[in-house]
Design a protein around this ligand. Structure first.
Ligand code: BDR
Ligand code: CA
Length: 319
């Protein structure tokens, strides 16, 4: 069983990833922490509470930090043209939600849960890395107590999606991401190199909704706006970025990885760019030295990943 804390900014593709984690029989979702990215923190937290209530997810939900790790940076405009004004494709969401957030800040929830389960927790982070960075800053030792960190973010050998060089989750808080990638824990980065190859077609999702009942119908409804955005980019379907990171936890064999130290460019025209120094290449002394080798996903069996997601969403089976 994989004990997972899901750090997320729901977010349409985040919603699919959440349902996958909830339904996968080998995943024990022990907590959800909210972060910023697709919408501001009050909205992503409200969305997490709403989805947890709708899908009967019992895991505690802790609200994350709504600003950036570097106090000198300010939040920019939100990607409402991708995820809708409410972060969930503009579906109707009740004004009051009975599920309430855990009283702790997300980074404190992470610290407490990791310390209570030494060596057992996998952190799956699919929004900005702010909460993970705050947890490391407050309690650096947790890096040695976490089992694994798997993040959706970054772009190594392909262009970014918010600038020619940077992917949204990293660009949103570059200093936080640099701290997370250079900390002494094991990180796997599931970035645009592989997620852009993984597209769930609109017609597929509609079929899953028919077969999967109310849970998947809600997912299908909230995904329509996002599919409309991706439509002319990838055909009539949606890039399922965040679910790819969740699949990695249970099926790493479906990915090809490259090992090497990673840094994030902080500032300038390449702000938020992720750069890996592959272990197999030698360079003169530089900024990558002395940092741990992390894994970058550079290949994916997209059909198998999509097949697993389909079966887990509909049947809760890892067929
Ligand atoms: C990432 O940014 C967000 O829009 C998505 O939820 C995903 O985590 C893709 O760049
Ligand atoms: Ca996300």
């Amino acid at each position: 069983m994989h004990k997972v804390i899901f750090d997320t900014d729901p977010g349409v593709d985040d919603a699919m990833a959440l349902l996958f984690l909830h339904r996968h029989p080998e995943i024990d979702l022990v907590g959800i922490t909210t972060t910023v990215g697709n919408a501001p923190i009050d909205i992503t937290t409200r969305n997490a509470l709403f989805l947890a209530q709708a899908w009967s997810i019992e895991a505690p939900i802790a609200q994350g930090f709504g600003e950036k790790f570097d106090a000198g940076r300010r939040n920019g405009p939100w990607p409402t043209f991708i995820h809708g004004d409410n972060g969930l494709g503009n579906i109707s969401i009740p004004e009051t939600i009975s599920r309430k957030a855990d009283p702790r800040a997300a980074h404190q929830f992470i610290i407490d849960t990791v310390r209570a389960n030494p060596g057992e927790i996998t952190l799956v982070a699919v929004g900005r890395m702010t909460n993970l960075a705050l947890a490391l800053k407050a309690d650096p030792e947790i890096a040695t107590l976490v089992k694994d960190v798997v993040i959706m973010g970054g772009a190594f050998d392909v262009p970014g999606n918010v600038t020619p060089t940077a992917e949204a989750n990293i660009h949103g808080d570059p200093e936080a991401a640099d701290l997370v990638l250079t900390a002494p824990w094991r990180v796997t980065v599931v970035g645009l190199d592989v997620t852009m190859q993984t597209v769930m077609m609109r017609s597929d999702l509609a079929k899953l909704a028919k077969a999967g009942g109310a849970h998947v119908t809600l997912l299908n409804d909230l995904s329509q706006f996002y599919i409309d955005f991706y439509n002319h980019r990838v055909g009539d379907g949606m890039v399922i970025h965040d679910s790819c990171a969740c699949v990695y936890v249970v099926r790493p064999d479906l990915f090809k990885t490259r090992s090497g130290a990673m840094r994030v460019v902080c500032g300038g025209i390449a702000d938020g760019m992720t750069i890996q120094k592959p272990d197999v290449k030698t360079f003169p002394p530089g900024e990558w030295d002395g940092h741990p080798s992390q894994s970058a996903c550079i290949g994916i069996d997209a059909d198998a990943v999509l097949g697993l997601i389909r079966s887990v969403l509909v049947e809760g089976k890892a067929a």
